[in-house]
Design a protein around this ligand. Structure first.
Ligand SMILES: Cc1cc2nc3c(=O)[nH]c(=O)nc-3n(C[C@H](O)[C@H](O)[C@H](O)COP(=O)(O)OP(=O)(O)OC[C@H]3O[C@@H](n4cnc5c(N)ncnc54)[C@H](O)[C@@H]3O)c2cc1C
Length: 477
């Protein structure tokens, strides 16, 4: 537990902050209630006392210095789409939002990098890159998250199976440390063996080590063509069993997702669309794989689709539906992108886990999670990234008392995290720890690793003011 003491924000401190960030400071009732939570408010809601809508690195640094001198807790935030309580000001204090730092500063096309401010939305970066004939490969589901938030959580997403996660695309960044010092980590180069990688420590640190105010990101030449395949199976086990076969047959999908039938049905109803086949060749569909391939020509892709069709049919697929029109491809992916939204819309009480397990262990893990449904009294819905074993499992209830739901979920999560660890997996593949998953991180990385993480935190943040109560540093609320 925390032995650090924090102070309240006084009128004098507010005046000093207003002088440091003139015109960008909101206080008390001026702050919208939305700033009290992220997309998973089950992990806690709390309003900051002061909100800074920062516009420059210097402004962030000046505010951080005031807060450090006065031991005021500070919470960095982006678009607040996190699913773990990461951008919640658990102790009040100051929130520094980087959403107004939303400029794409420029491309260096010969070195394949783009430099941006952290508040640029993923959607805007992706579209702007395409206009330049480039692609920014990380593709997490929430396109209106900020890229600063993506880097801070090491967001994954659909294309991780071929292109890796956000971490693989960060070359350099400017960071304001909790002390108010400004540092530059990394460089516009593709290799480094230059001491400890502070750049990599920052990536995925969920706003606990520093505030990122500028980033240089790797981009690649945009593939000239893409094509998707919907592959229906009778059972999820058959669908997952196909996954390694893609790679063994030299097929390298850009995205490889699995979806269970009931989740697809609910989402199609939610969207008012009917895209995925429900019955084929007299067989009821139980699960789907959605694969996308990219390449340099339509001909190349047709060859890939032919080969991939042979592979999946041999592995037990009922049939193959090639999304060879832009409309069908858009519809197939619209359903995939709305799975969480549809679950949220149909559910009063919701929690989730985003374990990552070895691909071959997906069916065993999901069967286990599903087997706990009756015992805990809620429904389990799941989907995920088949190609990399990252599973999103949702506990859903519309009729339980909230206290009972929370108690049951806690027990359920302990069991499924233990199962994931036993299978050689990890407790989060992409959503992070925030405040919602701290207890489980502690259980599963063990005391020595927790001591190291906390030691790193103390080196960056001697007064422990930055995002207290997240990842590895507990507080008494
Ligand atoms: C519908 C939906 C789908 C999603 N799909 C995916 C998915 O496929 N893959 C995935 O990985 N995630 C997914 N997410 C989760 C979420 O979108 C990501 O975690 C995203 O990276 C958060 O970005 P944000 O701008 O919303 O950051 P926030 O939620 O505001 O913050 C996230 C964390 O980063 C810190 N932070 C934010 N900005 C900075 C900064 N400039 N400097 C330092 N720290 C900072 C915050 O303190 C917080 O701890 C999804 C969420 C939703 C609602």
């Amino acid at each position: 537990m925390s032995s650090y003491q924090y102070n309240q924000v006084t009128p004098e401190i507010i005046e000093a902050i207003k002088a440091a960030a003139p015109g960008h400071v909101l206080v008390g009732d001026q702050i919208n209630e939305d700033y009290s939570h992220d997309e998973m408010s089950i992990y806690g809601k709390a309003m900051p006392d002061v909100l800074i809508e920062a516009t420059t690195t210097e402004e962030v640094a000046a505010v951080m210095k005031i807060c450090n001198d006065n031991k005021i807790p500070v919470t960095p935030s982006g678009a607040r789409t996190a699913l773990t309580g990461g951008p919640v000001s658990l102790l009040g204090g100051v929130m520094i939002s980087t959403t107004k730092m939303n400029k794409i500063l420029g491309y260096d096309k010969e070195n394949f990098v783009v430099t941006i401010q952290p508040g640029v939305l993923l959607n805007d970066l992706a579209e702007d890159c395409l206009k330049q004939g480039l692609m920014y490969p990380p593709d997490p589901g929430e396109k209106f998250a900020t890229v600063g938030g993506n880097v801070s959580t090491n967001a994954g997403g659909m294309r991780a199976v071929k292109y890796g996660t956000t971490r693989d695309y960060v070359r350099a960044m400017t960071v304001v440390l909790p002390t108010g010092e400004i540092v530059h980590e990394g460089a516009t180069v593709s290799k480094t063996s230059s001491g400890y990688s502070l750049l990599n420590l920052m990536i995925g640190s969920e706003g606990t080590l520093g505030i990122i105010t500028e980033m240089t990101l790797k981009v690649i030449a945009n593939p000239k063509a893409t094509i998707s395949m919907i592959v229906p199976y009778e059972k999820l086990d058959d669908a997952i069993a196909t996954v390694p076969k893609f790679f063994l047959n030299h097929l390298s999908p850009q995205a490889l997702e699995f979806m269970e039938r009931d989740v697809v049905d609910d989402t199609e109803k939610f969207l008012g669309k009917n895209v995925y086949p429900k019955q084929m060749e007299g067989t009821e569909v139980g699960a789907y794989v959605l694969a996308t391939f990219d390449g340099n020509s339509e001909d190349e892709l047709m060859d890939i689709v032919e080969k991939a069709s042979e592979v999946v049919l041999e592995a037990g697929a009922i049939d193959v539906l090639v999304a060879d029109t832009p409309q069908l491809m858009r519809d197939a992916w619209a359903v995939r992108s709305a799975l969480l939204e549809a679950i949220e819309a149909n559910t009063t009480l919701l929690d989730e886990c985003d374990v990552v397990v070895p691909v071959t262990k997906i069916p065993e893990f999901l069967t286990y999670a599903k087997s706990l449904e009756k015992e805990h009294g809620f429904t389990i819905k799941s989907f995920g990234h088949a190609g990399d074993g990252n599973l999103h499992v949702y506990t859903c209830s519309n009729d339980m008392e909230e206290a009972e739901f929370n108690k049951q979920v806690e027990d359920f999560m302990k069991k499924v995290y233990a199962k994931a660890t036993e299978e050689g997996g990890l407790i989060s593949g992409e959503h992070g720890i925030g405040c919602g998953k701290m207890e489980y991180l502690k259980d599963f990385v063990g005391p020595v690793n927790m001591r190291i993480m906390k030691g790193i935190k103390e080196v960056f943040d001697p007064n422990m003011i930055l995002n207290p109560g997240k990842v590895c540093y507990e507080i008494q609320k």
